[in-house]
Write a protein that binds this ligand. Sequence first.
Ligand SMILES: Nc1nc2c(ncn2[C@@H]2O[C@H](COP(=O)(O)OP(=O)(O)OP(=O)(O)O)[C@@H](O)[C@H]2O)c(=O)[nH]1
Ligand SMILES: [Mg+2]
Length: 454
Amino acid sequence: MVGGKIFYSEDTIVANATPLMPSAVSVVRISGKDALSIGKKLFRKEGIKPRRVYFGKIYDRNGNTIDEVLFIYFKAPNSFTGEDVVEIHTHGSVPVVKKVIDEAVNYGARIAEPGEFTKRAFLNGKIDLTQAEAIAQLIGAKTEKASKVAVNILEGRLSERINALRDTLLELISLIEAEINFPEDVEEIEPSIIEEKLREVINHIEKLLSSYRRGQILTEGIKLAIVGRPNVGKSSLFNALIGYERAIVSEYKGTTRDFIEETIAIKGIPVRLLDTAGLRETEDYIEKIGIQKARERIEEADVVLFVFDAHEGWTNEDKKLYEEIEYKQPIVVGNKIDLGLDKNHRNYYFKDIIYVSSKTKQGIDLLEEKLFEKLNLTEDQDSEVYINLRHYKALEKSKEILENSIRNLNTLINQKEILMLDLQEAEKHLEEILGIITTEDVLGNIFSNFCIGK
Ligand SMILES: Nc1nc2c(ncn2[C@@H]2O[C@H](COP(=O)(O)OP(=O)(O)OP(=O)(O)O)[C@@H](O)[C@H]2O)c(=O)[nH]1
Ligand SMILES: [Mg+2]
């Protein structure tokens, strides 16, 4: 909390904390300095103590019962927002919730803006900005893994790492400052030590920067295209991966024309899987269009699975196609191993073939492993954190300044004031991430992405 004091906004806000739809229970939340007095007017009970659950009724302004509810009061600063908060648990009836909000407004509350509760929690120092963002991330998480990482950040894992970087810089800044202020009493710092410290910070920044892409994969997923010549078993592999017979499979070449898409989770990552038409020269008009579409999908794909028939062997046609899409660095999949491997398979010029059978599902797990490895994801994400674009930009700026300082260290070592200012600026960019310094713009951007009531 800033200076240990509760930051009270001018007004008291109200909103439904649960979606407006029929359900077992709905929660209406009121936060602000008048939360309790407004709550009491609705609940009509005296002697409400904090953090106790009361059962009773909510009345409208004319004394008519709106609903039977549970009523909880959280006294500042021990609440989510850090302000006085009242939670009213009604039956999950849309008209009831609307009516309760309407009556709270009648007694002086204002309808909350999106993210306003969380914003108040931030302004009261209950959470820093990375944690506020993590709340939105957690609410929006589509997979268990994405939610796990959001919880890591909510628990302060990202803040810890940013603070560690800040500490290193602040320590260095204070050493330089001491040297500037007391040149007689303080020993000069070796430039090599300064450089070492700066490199250490840059290293850690780079690690965080590289987590950005992984975070995107985790939250937004990837596009995975299955590609190869006709009849090698692309649609069969597609079906094996999604777990049911979605795509038509047949012994005729050119079975798949239009591409087929299905979203699945592979080890917790959302994957948009695309089955495409077998690539070949053809006179068939429809097939031609399909092949054109397949090529577009290859272009867009994050990862390409290049399938060939490992029983038949690596043909010239495979080679030609492979060379065409080599720039995508595809994962090469040899299918149909249940029929036995081609006798020349040891001579293929790749080291890295994943052999599978779409029919028996042999090797499919290895393929998933390989995909994971390719995306640079690890299985163990218990303490993993991912940065967002806002963090990315701030870290880049900080890194740029530090790199510049290293480059010019020979000169700066004799201009310590300038060096100090640079390091201070680099540190300020780290503060931005945590929200120690912010602008209304930045806050507006972040909190407007929240849903109402959070
Ligand atoms: N034994 C065996 N047969 C397979 C396997 N995978 C596919 N097949 C057979 O190979 C033939 C072609 O399979 P598809 O999955 O339709 O091949 P495709 O690559 O999608 O073909 P197009 O859509 O024409 O490009 C079918 O007869 C499948 O039953 C496998 O792992 N083992
Ligand atoms: Mg097919």
